[in-house]
Design a binder for this molecule. Structure first.
Ligand code: GDP
Ligand code: IMO
Ligand code: MG
Length: 432
C-alpha cells in the first residue's frame, strides 16, 4: 500500500492535476484536502482536456473513489456543475464513487461578495484573488460561524446560521462596501434547493479512507495551490487562505501523518505565479513572454496571464524542508526548448549578502536579487521522449543540476500535457 501526497512546490499550476491523474491508475482513493474552486487542475488524455476545480483529478479512472475532505472550501453550485459536466461526458459521478465530508465548509454568496468587495477596495494593494470566496469562507470556519455540508440535512440550522451570518455580513457589505444587502431567506432557500442533489454525496471521509486502507488499497492526496501560497509559510499576505503544505493532508482529510508513505513535490521546469506578490526570478522581457506563450500560461480558473520566470531552487529547497518531499516531478520541461541558455536561481543577494534561504520578514523576498547559474539550452523536440537516456545531453544536465541543488530525487519528468508524456525515471522504492 502506498499513500501518496501530491504538493505543488511553487506558486500553483505546476501540473498537479496531470500527475495525480497519472498516479490514479494505481490508487483506489483520491482525496482533496484543502482549497476550493480557486484551483484549476488540467488533465489531457488523447488530446481531450478536462479542467477540474473541486472534484479530485482521479475521477477519469474507473474504479477510483474520489473524496472531498473537511479541509476543502466547497461551493455547492460549482460542485454540482462539475458533476453535471462530467456526467454529460459519460463519466460516473454517482455517490458510489464520489463523496463529500459532512465537515466540509460551504462557500456562501456573501463570501464571494466580500472577496470581491475587499479586493476592489484594496486599490494598489490587491492580492489578486480568484474571487471565489475562499478567504471569507475560511474566516467563517475559524470564527466558528460557517455552514458545513452536513448542515444541508437540517434546514432549520441552515436558516439560523445564515440569519446570524448576514447580521454581520450585510452591515459590512452594505455599510462599508455599498453592495446590496442579501436577504437571509433567499440565501437559505437557494442553498436548500441544492440539498436534494448534494446530500447523497455526504460521507464519513476519514472512515472511507480507513476502510480502503484495511483492504490494502492505496490512497492519493491531491494538494491544491502551492507551498508558497500557504497561509503560514507562503509569501504572506499574498497567499491563499489554507495550509497548502503536506502536513495539512492529514488534518484536511482526517488521517494521521504516519499514514503517508510518499510525498511528491510537483515543480515546473521554470516558475509561474498568478496574482500579486514577490517573485524574484520573474522575467518581464521577451523570455518571459516566450515561456507564457509556449507554456500556454493562462489561468485555468480565471484565464489571467500567469507571470513567468526562471526556476528558483531557493524556493524549491524551502518546499523540500516544509513538506518532506520523498521525490519530485518536474513538469513542462518541453517548454524550455529553443532558449539559448537556461538559468537556474541558486541563491539570492539580500542587503549586500549572498543568502541561500528565503528571508523571513514580510516583504523581504521582494527585495532580493536572484543569483543565477547558466546552463546550455536545447533545440531538440523532447515531447516524444519516453526515457531519461533519450533526452538530449543538455536536458539531462539541467535535470541533474536541479536535483543536486534541491537535494531530492527527480523521479518523474513531464514533457507534454498528455497523460502519456511522462518519463518515470525510477520505480520509487515504495511504488505499488
Ligand atoms: P495544476 O493546477 O498544478 O494542476 O496545473 P494547471 O492545470 O493549472 O496548469 C498546468 C498546465 O500545463 C495545464 O494546461 C496542463 O495541461 C499543462 N501541462 C502539464 N504538464 C505539462 C508538460 O509537461 N508540458 C506541457 N507543455 N504542458 C503541460
Ligand atoms: P492550483 O490548484 C495558482 C492564487 C490567486 C491569488 C492568491 C489568493 O490550480 O495550483 P484565493 O482566491 O485563493 O484567495 O487567491 O492565490 N491562487 C492560485 N494560483 N494556482 C492556484 O491553484 C491558485 N489558487 C489560488 O491567484 O494570487
Ligand atoms: Mg491550476
Amino acid at each position: 500500500m502506498v499513500n501518496t501526497v501530491i504538493i505543488g512546490a511553487q506558486w500553483g499550476d505546476e501540473g498537479k492535476g496531470k500527475i495525480v491523474d497519472m498516479l490514479s491508475a494505481k490508487s483506489r482513493v483520491i482525496v482533496r484536502f484543502q482549497g476550493g474552486n480557486n484551483a484549476g487542475h488540467t488533465i489531457r488524455v488523447k488530446g481531450e482536456e478536462t479542467i477540474l476545480h473541486l472534484i479530485p483529478s482521479g475521477i477519469l479512472h474507473n474504479g477510483t473513489l474520489c473524496l472531498i475532505g473537511n479541509g476543502v472550501a466547497l461551493d455547492p453550485a460549482v460542485f454540482l456543475g462539475e458533476t453535471d459536466n462530467l456526467a454529460a461526458r459519460g463519466i460516473d459521478v454517482s455517490p458510489a464513487r464520489l463523496g463529500v465530508s459532512y465537515k466540509t465548509h460551504l462557500i456562501m454568496p456573501y463570501h464571494k461578495s466580500l472577496d470581491k468587495a475587499r479586493e476592489a477596495k484594496r486599490v494598489g494593494r490587491q492580492i489578486g484573488t480568484t474571487g471565489c470566496g475562499i478567504g471569507p469562507c475560511y474566516e467563517d470556519k475559524a470564527a466558528r460561524v460557517g455552514l458545513r455540508a452536513g448542515d444541508l440535512n437540517n434546514p432549520a440550522l441552515v436558516r439560523e446560521k445564515v440569519r446570524y451570518a448576514l447580521l454581520e455580513k450585510n452591515t459590512l457589505l452594505n455599510g462599508l462596501y455599498k453592495f446590496k444587502p442579501l436577504d437571509p431567506e433567499k440565501v437559505s432557500s437557494d442553498l436548500l434547493a441544492l440539498a436534494p442533489r448534494l446530500t447523497p454525496y455526504l460521507t464519513d471521509v476519514d472512515a472511507r479512507i480507513h476502510e480502503a486502507a484495511q483492504n490494502d488499497a492505496s490512497a492519493l492526496f491531491e494538494g491544491a495551490q502551492g507551498v508558497h501560497l500557504d497561509i503560514d509559510h507562503g509569501t504572506y499576505p499574498f497567499v491563499t487562505s489554507s495550509n497548502t503544505v503536506s502536513g495539512n493532508a492529514a488534518a484536511g482529510s482526517g488521517t494521521a501523518p504516519s499514514f503517508f508513505t510518499r510525498i511528491v513535490g510537483i515543480a515546473k521546469a521554470y516558475t509561474t505565479r498568478v496574482g500579486s506578490g514577490p517573485f524574484p526570478t520573474e522575467l518581464l522581457d521577451d523570455t518571459g513572454a516566450y515561456l507564457r506563450d509556449k507554456g500556454r500560461e493562462y489561468g485555468a480558473t480565471t484565464g489571467r496571464p500567469r507571470r513567468c520566470g526562471w526556476l528558483d531552487t531557493v524556493v524549491l529547497r524551502a518546499s523540500v524542508r516544509l513538506n518532506g518531499f520523498t521525490d519530485i516531478a518536474v513538469t513542462k520541461l518541453d517548454v524550455l526548448q529553443n532558449l539559448p541558455v537556461l538559468r537556474i536561481c541558486v541563491a539570492y543577494e539580500y542587503e549586500r549578502c549572498r543568502i541561500d534561504r528565503i528571508p523571513q520578514e514580510e516583504g523581504a523576498l521582494g527585495k532580493v536579487r536572484p543569483v543565477y547559474e547558466e546552463l546550455p539550452g536545447f533545440e531538440d523536440d523532447i515531447a516524444g521522449c519516453t526515457s531519461f537516456d533519450e533526452l538530449p545531453r543538455s536536458v539531462r544536465s539541467y535535470i541533474l543540476r536541479v536535483e543536486e541543488l534541491v537535494g531530492v530525487k527527480i523521479s518523474m519528468i513531464s514533457v507534454g500535457a498528455d497523460r502519456k508524456q511522462t518519463i518515470v525515471r525510477q520505480t520509487h522504492s515504495h511504488d505499488g
